[in-house]
Write a protein that binds this ligand. Structure first.
Ligand code: ATP
Length: 305
């Protein structure tokens, strides 16, 4: 797969604050990457380095083969950016706003109608942005980022302010972009919704990349236990007590038991669950969530400091 973004030992300091430290990564066509980290971890700074809005203090960044901080950054036209806080001229309509950005980006203004349709703003296109809800403004921001069929999309907290239905339609758009070969970098705090939607997760903490991989990679590295939850057959609690105790299960309620199985124990636990005579009506296997992995990697870094 073609590499679209390369960062090598990139650093950015604001005075004494080291916002990004010696960070290296390579992103490719068709990849959707979640960039996660606490407030102030350096996510926005990293995005700004990729946009050429700030210059690295050390190291290098290449986007679509070019240096974004160089004066002539032609690749900018193939780059879409949704800032964390979108602000528009409230007196313009949605259509006028998008046409303005289209001219700035030298994209045919005729393409804006289809984009407004795509983000669900066609009916409100001729209303002033001042009358838009937060979610509508966010969608207008997204349509602006989608101008000119970008090869790389940098989206800073894109789903903030969107209700669950709009979030879903946002991720449908992201899936289309990925299918079309775009690289999509999403910075977000909404870890739960990123599961199954991002191909890869990059965790940053105080400017340092502390984890980078698919969710499965991170699970393998973290070796966190998998939670297995059983629903018991309708027998009296006392009848299942011995079985539960022998297997190390804890009781969640009268009908359910739970265990945190280490990676090496999982298969053995499930074998016992499936044994003839086991008082089990149903079971759920819950691998560590991105939330749990995130906490794990941050704690591991704290411990090693
Ligand atoms: N223009 C600036 N001048 C001085 N310090 C800055 C500037 N921009 C960012 N910083 C500092 O750099 C660090 C990283 O900030 P950044 O905005 O990149 O974090 P973030 O991960 O995007 O945070 P959030 O999740 O809150 O948006 C913070 O300590 C921040 O205060």
């Amino acid at each position: 797969m073609v590499e679209t973004i390369q960062a090598s030992g990139v650093a950015k300091s604001y005075g004494a604050v080291q916002a990004v430290r010696e960070l290296s990564c390579v992103f490719r066509e068709g990849e959707t990457i979640a960039l996660v980290g606490h407030n102030g971890a350096g996510k926005t700074t990293l995005i700004k380095l990729m946009l050429g809005l700030v210059k690295p203090t050390a190291g290098m960044v290449r986007v679509l083969g070019e240096d974004p901080a160089a004066g002539q950054f032609e690749a900018r036209r193939r780059l879409g950016y949704l800032p964390e806080n979108v602000s528009f001229n409230m007196a313009l309509t949605g259509r006028e706003t998008l046409s303005f950005y289209a001219r700035l980006k030298r994209v045919p203004v005729e393409t804006t109608g289809a984009l407004l349709e795509r983000v669900g703003l066609a009916a409100a296109a001729d209303r002033r942005v001042g009358t838009y809800s937060k979610g509508m403004r966010q969608r207008l921001g997204l349509s602006q980022a989608l101008l000119g069929q970008p090869r790389v999309l940098l989206l800073d907290e894109p789903t903030t302010g969107l209700d669950p239905a709009l979030r879903r339609s946002f991720y449908d758009i992201v899936a289309d972009l990925r299918a079309g070969g775009a690289t999509v970098l999403l910075s977000s705090h909404a870890l739960t919704e990123l599961e199954g939607r991002a191909d890869r997760v990059v965790i940053v903490d105080r400017g340092v990349k502390i984890a980078d991989g698919t969710l499965d990679d991170l699970r393998r590295i973290a070796r966190l236990p998998t939670r297995i939850r059983l629903t018991l057959t309708g027998e009296p609690v006392s009848a299942t007590d011995d079985w539960a105790r022998a297997g190390g299960w804890r009781r969640v309620n009268g009908r359910q038991l739970e265990i945190d199985a280490e990676p090496g124990e999982k298969v053995g636990v499930l074998r016992r669950v499936a044994e003839p005579g086991a008082p089990v009506a149903d079971f759920d296997v819950m691998p560590p969530t991105l939330d749990e992995l995130y906490a794990h990697f941050l704690e591991a870094r704290e411990r090693n400091e």
